[in-house]
Design a binder for this molecule. Structure first.
Ligand code: C2E
Ligand code: MG
Ligand code: MG
Length: 713
């Protein structure tokens, strides 16, 4: 490294060596003394050859060179010095009596720094020596500084660049640009459009806008992608400063570009994880909602596109999951995700909301028919068996569909209605789709209101029982009553059970409701019994729902209720439906056996309408079959319903059960049933379901006890 430069004439930190070459000893002596006195080291040579030897042995910092010398002259000596790379930077000042311009030019052309004509003034020589030494030191310093800078710029991982704006014209790129762009700095400087052409098409607009809008000095910070000549895509972050230019009216821009591809990848992975379901790799709920909200918030949506949301819920997934295990369940969900991808179009967004719920956003739809076709395709694709642990599994799905309308302001509203439609599809027997409609919404709202009101109804004692007589068809005597619940609704009047039993079952309200019916029916029996010394010769039938039977404390509660009313279990008939015998058979069988051993009787309600699998009948301790009123209603000899009734009665006889025909409305029907030796019947022909007081009157009439009537009233 060179020493610090000093511009002072006397004080220099290290003595610099000046070589004086002249064939006149007198000149040498004078000059040498003057220069030494000024604080320099001096060396002398009497001719060119000796000067060259001297230089190679101890290179001076400056040479004062005479031209006219014996042997090689000053010009030749200069030429040879300049030809040697080691010495070419040593400033040479010619000293000669040859004062013509031609010689001066020749000397300068050979690389001389300056020219002094003889006879010389010592002061002038010293001033020139000083100036050229200073000049050389400055040059050396500059060169060193530039070398340092170049070293730094070359070692940077960031691109450093400089350009003129309007139009864009690159002035500098450090070498790392080539590593990142695979294009040399020279190529960019030669043709700046190469740089623009490499910007990813999706980012070009953004970058061009930045360049165009830089009409005042400012800071720029942006990220964009480039496509390298080998096709690789890289992410760059560009930070630049726009400045006004001192020597031109064009703006200048200097900046850094970082290759942020790695960071972008990690960011991308994190973003992906936050937006996707890790099991199926489909979008997750939050991403789906985000996309949907984006779509809803776009301006002038109506003209743009029509879209729809499918809400897909697998049917009976819980059974598969419980029976095959969660691992298989997960595999199934993954496979379903793949099936959905095949069934929809590439532009559609599929998400897994959680559990076995999936959603699809269908965009750019022309007509409703398209949505239905896609739904059908999903069902068809799901029908193909999925192999799990060697076992083929067939799944189906219930699909709710909601189509965009301007009333939707948020994703949640769309999802809510799609969910509602899906729920409706489940309700209609699963494996189908339902389009959301306003009517559906109104019904759902009604249901929610009704549910709330039903909850209150139990507390406010708005429920009451009616009793429909069951008649022994042979003797026409009272064989029993069926207790049927009613709801005295404050707004709607008397609501029949068909309007609220299913809802009660869905919501679990059937448990308190069922208990109420049992308690109330037993209480009524107790009241009737209190008027007779003999035990009542008829039974009380109470409808029991599946949820009640499956409820653990059911038998104990039932026993307590019966005991409280001083009834015998045999006075109570529990009406259950066929579906109970199909599901959870073992549990049901045990409960039934227990009930039977305690003396309760069991009736199979609405017989013939359900699954009617005869194989299970003999295994359950059933006492009575109740023929559904749909058969009784349409009974006529020769008609199939007549034959069904005949079959049921003879089946009951074989299995040692008795039969009650429901819904007898005419004498004709009664006669047919009698002809088939059906034991008992119930229906409007005998009596409608009667409120407590009327039922009491009916009992009195049938049992011939006027006393009872009076007391009850
Ligand atoms: P169900 O047990 O089959 O009751 C017989 C239904 O047939 C009753 O309807 C009754 O009023 C009706 N019915 C009787 N005779 C005739 C007739 O000659 N013609 C016509 N058209 N209908 C007749 P209801 O009272 O509306 O009850 C409907 C269903 O609600 C019942 O069918 C039963 O499944 C359920 N239910 C009623 N009360 C309760 C209850 O306390 N608990 C449970 N779990 N379900 C109940
Ligand atoms: Mg019944
Ligand atoms: Mg029935």
């Amino acid at each position: 490294m060179t020493s610090p430069v000093s511009f002072s004439t006397s004080k220099i930190s290290r003595k610099e060596l000046v070589l004086i070459v002249d064939d006149t000893p007198a000149n040498l002596a004078v000059l040498s003394e003057a220069i030494s006195d000024a604080g320099f080291e001096t060396a002398i040579a009497l001719d060119g050859e000796r000067a060259l030897i001297q230089i190679s042995q101890d290179p001076p910092d400056l040479i004062l060179l005479d031209i006219m010398m014996p042997g090689i002259d000053g010009f030749e000596t200069c030429r040879r010095i300049k030809a040697d790379e080691r010495f070419q930077n040593i400033p040479i000042i010619f000293m000669t009596a040859l004062a013509d311009v031609e010689n001066k030019v020749k000397g300068l052309a050979l690389g001389a720094a300056d020219y002094i004509t003889k006879p010389f003034q010592e002061q002038e020589v010293l001033a020139r020596v000083q100036t050229h030494l200073n000049f050389m030191r400055t040059k050396e310093h500059l060169a060193a500084s530039e070398a340092r800078l170049t070293g730094i710029l070359n070692s940077l991982k960031e691109i450093v660049w400089s350009a003129h704006l309007h139009p864009l014209e690159f002035l500098y790129f450090n070498p790392v640009a080539e590593d990142i762009y695979d294009v040399t700095p020279e190529e960019f400087i030669k043709d700046s459009s190469i740089w623009l052409k490499m910007i990813h098409p999706d980012d070009l607009e953004k970058v061009e806008a930045l360049l165009v809008n830089t009409d005042t000095p400012n800071l720029i910070d942006c990220e964009y992608r480039i496509v390298r000549p080998d096709g690789e895509i890289r992410w760059l972050q560009c930070q630049a400063q726009v400045r006004s230019n001192t020597d031109s009216d064009r703006l200048k821009m200097d900046g850094l570009m970082h290759d942020v591809t790695g960071r972008k990848q990690v960011e991308g992975e994190l973003k992906y994880a936050a937006q996707h379901d890790s099991l199926t790799n489909l979008a997750n709920r939050s991403f789906f909602r985000e996309k949907l909200n984006e779509l809803l918030n776009r301006p002038s949506l109506e003209q743009q596109e029509h879209f729809a949301v499918l809400f897909i819920d697998l049917d009976r997934f819980k059974i598969i999951n419980d029976s095959l295990g969660h691992f298989c369940g997960d595999q199934l969900l993954t496979k379903v995700g793949e099936v959905l991808k095949q069934a929809v179009r590439p532009m559609d967004l599929i998400a897994r909301l959680g559990g076995d719920e999936f959603t699809v956003l269908l965009r750019n739809l022309q007509e409703t028919q398209e949505i239905l076709a896609i739904s059908d395709r999903i069902q068809a694709f799901l029908k193909q068996p999925i192999i799990l642990e060697g076992q083929p599994i067939v799944v189906s799905a219930s699909i709710g569909i909601v189509q965009y309308s301007p009333k939707y302001k948020s994703a949640d509203q769309l999802l809510r209605d799609a969910d509602l439609a899906m729920y409706q599809a489940k309700h209609l027997g699963k494996a189908c789709h339902q389009l959301f409609s306003e009517r559906m919404y109104a019904q759902a709202m009604e249901k929610i209101t009704l549910e709330k009101e039903l909850r209150d109804a139990l507390q406010r004692h708005e429920l009451f029982l009616c009793y429909q007589p069951i008649i022994d068809l042979e003797t026409e005597q009272l064989a029993g009553f069926e207790a049927l619940v009613r709801w005295q609704h404050p707004r709607l009047g008397v609501v029949p059970p068909i309007n609220f039993i299913a809802l009660a079952e869905e919501t679990g309200l059937i448990l308190p409701l069922g208990e109420f019916a049992l308690r109330e029916a037993c209480r009524q029996m107790k009241v009737w019994q209190s008027h007779y010394s003999e035990p009542l010769g008829f039974t009380m039938s109470v409808n029991i729902s599946e949820r009640q039977i499956q409820n653990l404390g059911f038998v104990e509660d039932l026993l307590a209720i019966v005991e409280e009313a001083n009834l015998k279990p045999s006075q109570l008939k529990l009406e259950i439906t066929e579906s109970l015998l199909l599901d959870n058979r073992l549990l049901t069988l045990k409960v039934f056996q227990r009930l039977q051993s305690l003396g309760f009787r069991l009736s199979l309600d609405d017989f013939g309408t359900g699954y009617s699998s005869l194989s299970y009948l003999h295994r359950f301790p059933i006492n009575t079959l109740k023929i559904d009123r749909s058969f009784v209603n349409s009974m006529e000899p020769g008609k199939s319903s007549f034959e069904i009734v005949r079959t049921i009665t003879s089946l009951a006889r074989t299995l040692n059960m008795d039969v009650v025909a429901e819904g007898i409305e005419t004498e004709e029907q009664l006669n047919y049933l009698k002809s088939l030796s059906c034991e008992m019947g119930q229906g409007y022909f005998f009596a409608k379901p009667l409120p407590g007081a009327e039922a009491t009157e009916y009992v009195a009439q049938m049992l011939g006890n006027a006393q009872l009537q009076v007391e009850a009233a």
